[in-house]
Write a protein that binds this ligand. Structure first.
Ligand code: PMV
Length: 334
């Protein structure tokens, strides 16, 4: 009753922000993401009647109680489906900073979904894996697949069609991503709380929901045409639209720091000088720069030198979550 999985982080090009059903964790808008090759979570799950209670180790330490409880609630559903009640030992490791806007919840819950269902002996169809991952974190189903992935908004009230689907494999378009880490501190307001506050207080929320489908359609088209300039322009647009929405909550949500803005401005300068570079930012201060592989070294050198940038991680597109041999080692730092 033990299994291990590896799952990659993903970064949304068309952002998800807002929930239409909080208990079922259903998104209020669809989203489109890319799956990253080198930012990985590795998670082992073992169920045993010998364990006294669920245990969670995260990056080598006992996890805080709130996180352990979140994982226990998630495992309860799997235990109910598999018809047993054994406690679990969960050991999870990220090869990148946790909880600072680098999609650790997405890779974390995608890895947990695969490892826990396999350890419980459940063989589930893709839509059920998506549903489980979504209950852990709204962006987690996207990490189940590689390359370019859409998280469907879905129309059914119970969420059965709010699932991730692969759009194109990683080889479809050779994109490179540079991640400028501007702080390693955990964010103060998580995405769930931020989304609820935005839905409750922002006068722009309705417009955000109404314009979501058109953004998705435009991105699907740009991806099908491998139109990198369009993809980048749309990704920046969706990012700034999401942050504009977050600013308009009350009190406003500001996820950026001075280095975040310095990187955004440097990327804009590159763009104006004819280099294909675009930024996107999630609910945190790190800036992800989309570019083509041949420009990566130049851009990496430039943004690494900006004040406040602690380090830059360079990656490309990769495969989705997969089960691995329990004995294999932790993925190396990128
Ligand atoms: O999966 P969550 O609940 O952490 O939400 C992720 C929200 C953003 O990262 C800001 C946008 C996205 O689509 O990934």
């Amino acid at each position: 009753m033990k299994a291990t999985a590896v799952a990659p982080a993903n970064i949304a090009l068309i952002k998800y922000w807002g929930k239409r059903d909080i208990p079922r964790n259903l998104p209020a808008v669809g989203s489109i993401s890319i799956t990253l090759r080198d930012l990985l979570t590795r998670t082992s799950v073992e169920f045993s009647p010998e364990f006294k209670a669920d245990q969670l180790r995260l990056d080598g330490e006992a996890a805080p109680e709130s996180q352990r409880a979140r994982v226990s609630r998630f495992l309860d559903r799997i235990r109910a489906w598999a018809n047993f009640s054994h406690p679990a030992r969960v050991v999870s490791r990220n090869n990148f900073p946790t909880g600072a806007g680098l999609a650790s919840s997405a890779s974390g819950f995608a890895a947990l979904t695969l490892a826990a269902t396999a350890a419980a002996g459940l063989e589930l169809p893709p839509e059920k894996l998506s549903e489980l991952a979504r209950l852990g974190s709204g962006s987690a189903p996207r990490s189940l697949y590689g390359g370019f992935v859409e998280m469907k908004l879905g129309a059914h009230p119970d969420g059965r069609d709010a699932v991730a689907i692969p759009l194109f494999p990683p080889e479809h378009l050779d994109i490179s991503m540079l991640i400028a880490i501007t702080t390693r501190q955990q964010k103060k307001i998580g995405s769930t709380e931020g989304m609820e506050r935005t839905a409750r207080t922002s006068p722009y929320y309705r417009a955000w929901i109404e314009t979501g489908p058109a953004d998705l359609a435009e991105m699907r088209r740009a991806l099908a045409q491998r139109d990198f300039a369009k993809i980048g322009e749309l990704a920046e647009y969706s990012c700034l639209k999401m942050h504009g929405l977050a600013f308009s909550a009350r009190p406003g949500l500001i996820y950026w720091n001075p280095a975040t803005i310095a990187v955004m401005q440097a990327v804009r300068e590159l763009h104006y000088s004819g280099i294909p570079a675009y930024f996107t930012i999630d609910a945190g201060p790190q800036v992800k720069v989309l570019t083509l592989p041949k420009h990566t070294p130049e851009i990496e050198a430039l943004i690494s030198a900006l004040p406040g940038v602690e380090r830059v991680i360079s990656t490309g597109l990769g495969e989705g979550a997969r089960l691995i041999d329990d004995q294999s080692t932790t993925p190396e730092e990128p």
